[in-house]
Design a binder for this molecule. Structure first.
Ligand code: ADP
Ligand code: MG
Length: 350
């Protein structure tokens, strides 16, 4: 009888499980590799500092929908999301490489518009575009960006450096980019049902902007440096707060608790979530693509950041308990679950 070939579905492992499964047989052999897989960026020993390298891929139909994503914004976002990973190491980005696979649906003019966005991001983040690769694609647009930066060895922040009682900080507000996506998807449905209908986006301008025009929080990295604060651990919030908190907890080997009434949410996010029949706190915890920073600081550094307009103290690391959870307004405990952007997981997006 013919032997049946074994087949495991991707969704059985999920995105993080798959990465772990495929890379577990690799070991680091070069002395210059200071940190490999498992953080926002890899660290390469460059003598007196680390070189920091990170790469991300954006796929049409998965990460963006051409029917509502202006190409200029897409070029900007492709760079910004990589800069965000460099920022998450407390590093400064310096170079970027961009690879494209392009279907013949796209014209030269369309790609010029995409590159205008790339150029704007290079100017905003003081980056040099130093290379890439270009190919045709059988269908759709694929964008791969690699960013390179640097950080002093004693200033680097990894995911696993938090200590018990360290304070958890989140920048900006959360859940808005996810609600922006919901608004865009709804308007697209309305438009497809009746092409004469104009999209109603004015009321949701902030949310849509957060989805289409994300920025990387390099401003926070520079401010932390000026204030003399080195986060004990850090990650950027790309997959949703809950997922990122679980990474910090797991890699620091500590539990943590966050407080519902401390979570930063914009009024427009709150009201729109309610309008869509969604729980606003679920949007804050599991909505993706905020590209804010989540980090921990020692209690001693609290005073230096206490008055910062855009840093929110959402909880603390807990060495007495390995669990990560949310304390609700009525004091009940909800263990955190990662729903995030687990591309292959059964639960999918929020
Ligand atoms: P982020 O959300 O910060 O971009 P990811 O969750 O994509 O991080 O990746 C987590 C870690 O796994 C990173 O160190 C990344 O470089 C690594 N990684 C992701 N995909 C692969 C892959 N296909 N092969 C090797 N390493 C990977
Ligand atoms: Mg990241």
């Amino acid at each position: 009888m013919e032997k049946k070939e074994e087949r495991t579905e991707l969704e059985k492992l999920g995105e993080f499980g798959l990465i772990e499964h495929l890379t577990k047989g690799f070991s680091l052999t070069n002395n210059s590799t200071a940190l490999g897989i498992g953080d926002d960026a890899a660290l390469i020993d460059a003598g007196d500092h680390y070189q920091v390298v990170s790469t991300d891929v954006l796929v049409e139909g998965i990460h963006f929908d051409m029917s509502y994503f202006p190409l200029k914004h897409l070029g900007y976002k492709a760079v910004a999301v990589n800069v965000s990973d460099i920022a998450a190491m407390n590093a400064t980005p310096e170079q970027v490489l961009i690879s494209l696979a392009i279907s013949n649906r796209f014209s030269v003019q369309a790609l010029e518009t995409f590159y205008a966005g790339v150029q704007q991001a290079c100017a905003d983040f003081k980056l040099d575009l130093v290379g890439g690769d270009t190919s045709s694609s059988a269908g759709g647009l694929f964008i791969s960006v690699t960013a390179i930066g640097k950080v002093a060895k004693d200033k680097v922040s990894k995911r696993g450096g938090a200590k018990g009682k360290d304070i958890l900080c989140a920048t900006g507000d959360l859940g808005a980019a996810y609600m922006g996506l919901q608004v865009l998807a709804r308007e697209k449905q309305v438009f497809m049902a009746n092409p004469n209908m104009q999209p109603q986006l004015d009321k949701y301008e902030y949310l849509v902007g957060r989805q289409l025009k994300p920025t990387a929080r390099m401003d926070i990295i520079y401010e932390l440096d000026e204030l003399g604060v080195v986060p004990t651990s850090m990650i950027d919030i790309s997959d949703g707060l809950a997922s990122e908190l679980l990474h910090l907890s797991k890699q620091s080997g500590l539990g943590l608790r966050i407080f519902e009434d401390k979570l930063p949410i914009d009024n427009q996010t709150y009201e729109t979530a309610v309008e869509f029949g969604l729980d606003p706190i679920t949007c804050v915890l599991n909505g993706g693509e905020d590209y804010e920073l989540l980090f921990t600081i020692t209690q001693n550094d609290f005073e230096k950041l206490e008055k910062h307009r855009d840093i929110h103290f959402i909880g603390y690391m807990d060495e007495t308990d390995k669990e990560a959870g949310l304390v609700t307004k009525n004091e009940s405990w909800i263990p955190l679950k990662a729903q995030g952007w687990n591309h292959f997981g059964k639960e999918g997006n929020v």
